[in-house]
Every structure is written in structure tokens, then in C-alpha cells.
Design a protein around this ligand. Structure first.
Ligand code: NI
Length: 130
């Protein structure tokens, strides 16, 4: 791999800030990340994901819907709910993290259906191809 001096010194500065011990390790991670990103464009690729959502548990039937959706997706072979975490943030709001494993296309579909539910205030999908 050849890089000009200026670019290389910027790269070294960046990875130093990020805490990398060596340039090789930083490069390996960069390549892995790029390959994983590329795989995400394939809906059949395998992936794991965390869906973060903040919602008001007073919202009509949302809690029930979330639970039954998670149970129903445990039954599909191409998608599993591995785990979920629930935190009561305050008197109204809950934070939930739902961890999914399966095909990227299926994960995206389920995440979209969760995040678009009425009562969900904030949400985000974090997904990586494995
Ligand atoms: Ni709660």
C-alpha cells in the first residue's frame, strides 16, 4: 500500500486519537468495516442489529405490540430476536434495545416496522453484516 506523506500523517493522527496501537490494526479494521458496509447492500447477507427506541409506555397498545412482534419473529427461521433490554427512563418514557440476527433485508423490514409504530418517539437501527 502506498500513500503520500501528507495523507499518511493525517491518518496516523486520526488513528492515534482513536487509540490504535498500530497502523496495521487500524487498516485491518478499516478494511473489515468497508467490507461489512458493502455486504449490507445485499438483503440476503447475514447480519446482527440493535434497534434502539424511546417510547411512552402509556401509548395505546404499543407495549403489547412490541412484545408480540418480538415473539412472532422468534418463530421465523431467517430472523431471530436474540435479546432485548428495557429501561424505565422516567414516569413516561422507556428505552428499549432489541437485538436481532438474521438476513439484512429481514432485519431492515422489521426495524422499520418497529420504528414507525405509533408512540415511538425516537429510534435508530444499528446494523452490521457478519
Ligand atoms: Ni418502561
Amino acid at each position: 500500500v502506498s500513500l503520500d506523506k501528507k495523507l499518511l500523517s493525517k491518518f496516523d493522527e486520526l488513528i492515534d486519537k482513536q487509540g490504535y496501537q498500530s497502523r496495521s490494526e487500524a487498516l485491518r479494521d478499516l478494511v473489515r468495516r468497508q467490507l461489512s458496509e458493502e455486504q449490507l447492500s445485499n438483503p440476503k447477507a447475514k447480519g446482527v442489529a440493535a434497534v434502539f427506541l424511546v417510547y411512552d409506555h402509556h401509548s395505546t397498545k404499543l407495549t403489547d405490540k412490541l412484545i408480540s412482534l418480538q415473539h412472532s419473529h422468534n418463530l421465523a427461521s431467517s430472523l431471530q430476536v436474540i435479546s432485548s433490554l428495557h429501561v424505565h427512563l422516567d414516569e413516561h418514557d422507556c428505552l428499549e434495545v432489541i437485538v436481532l440476527r438474521g438476513q439484512v433485508g429481514e432485519i431492515n423490514k422489521v426495524a422499520e416496522s418497529i420504528l414507525s409504530m405509533k408512540g415511538v418517539k425516537l429510534g435508530r437501527l444499528n446494523i452490521v453484516a457478519t
